[in-house]
Design a protein around this ligand. Structure first.
Ligand SMILES: [Fe+2]
Length: 294
């Protein structure tokens, strides 16, 4: 329902140095002063982070850990049913804690020996080129806050449940991690904004919302589906189409709703052949030709 660098509450630093996350009036935490203060404090942690230093420790409340535990338990059952095997196996290897929110540094330390990936803290919006570009270096920008406790199975923005349960479990797979790196290299290689947007939309329809044929069924591998307890139950009823680079790179999507059009790879090999090769070789010209093709 959202994409990095596209749907974040704005973060502002005031003249006195205080950091304010500007939640929209419809946000579940909008009227909750305690929650808003938490969001401000957690955003300030990320803003204070300097490259190369350990990720700042976020002290979570019992209520926040409880939200994580609830969602983890709920999603684990659904992953068994709906996630691709590669994801389930990678999640088992990563071994995220089930009853408490892990620190991003801890997630990094678990991932490093598996695929070399590490996490970077993000206060909010990270520009597209930066967000995707550092994937080439094995780095993933992640928010640290968790959704509001009143709606544990819903979030209008990418929170730590999405970033870690969705993405870190995927990044624990060498095959998926290789695709993330290729997307990053593509984002660094292209120069025009149009080409960058095309690259990011292909990411959206694959690593965020991709599905794959496995044992005669549609299984999810996109982090956006795998971190949403509602969407994971619904994706099989959506309009599922064959992988198609031009369509993925040019289809408009609405980040505020469940993804209605999904693209399905026939297999992991197929995903790597089509999407991996695209990211590995694309440039401004090849993307412009693809976008103009019929
Ligand atoms: Fe994401």
């Amino acid at each position: 329902m959202f994409e990095e660098a596209q749907y974040f509450a704005p973060v502002a630093t005031r003249d006195d140095g205080s950091v304010v996350v500007e939640l929209a009036s419809g946000h579940p935490g909008f009227a909750d002063t305690v929650y808003r203060n938490r969001r401000n404090a957690i955003a300030a942690l990320a803003l204070g982070h300097k490259p190369g230093e350990p990720i700042p420790h976020a002290e979570y409340t019992d209520e926040e850990h409880h939200v994580w535990a609830l969602v983890t338990q709920e999603l684990a059952v659904k992953h068994d049913k709906y996630a691709v095997r590669e994801f389930i196996d990678a999640a088992a290897r990563l071994g995220l804690p089930a009853s408490r929110i892990p620190q991003l540094q801890e997630v990094s330390d678990l991932l490093k020996p598996l695929t070399g990936f590490g996490y970077l803290p993000a206060a909010g919006l990270v520009p597209l080129r930066e967000f995707y570009g550092v994937l080439a270096d094995g780095l993933f920008h992640s928010t640290q806050y968790i959704r509001h406790h009143s709606v544990p199975f819903y979030t209008p923005e990418p929170d730590i449940v999405h970033e870690v349960i969705g993405h870190a479990n995927t990044l624990a797979s060498p095959r998926f991690a290789a695709l993330y790196r290729l997307a990053g290299r593509a984002a660094r290689r292209v120069e025009t904004e149009e080409a960058l947007e095309f690259v990011s939309k292909v990411f959206w329809f694959t690593l965020e919302f991709g599905v794959m044929r496995e044992d005669g069924e549609s299984k999810a591998y996109g982090a956006g589906i795998l971190s949403s307890s509602g969407e994971i139950e619904e994706f099989r009823g959506m309009d599922i189409r064959p992988l198609d680079l031009k369509a993925m790179g040019t289809t408009h999507y609405d980040i505020t709703k469940y993804q209605e059009v999904l693209f399905e790879a026939e297999s992991f090999d197929h995903l790597e052949d089509v999407v991996g090769t695209f990211w590995d070789t694309c440039d401004d010209d090849s993307i412009a030709r693809l976008a103009a093709s019929h």
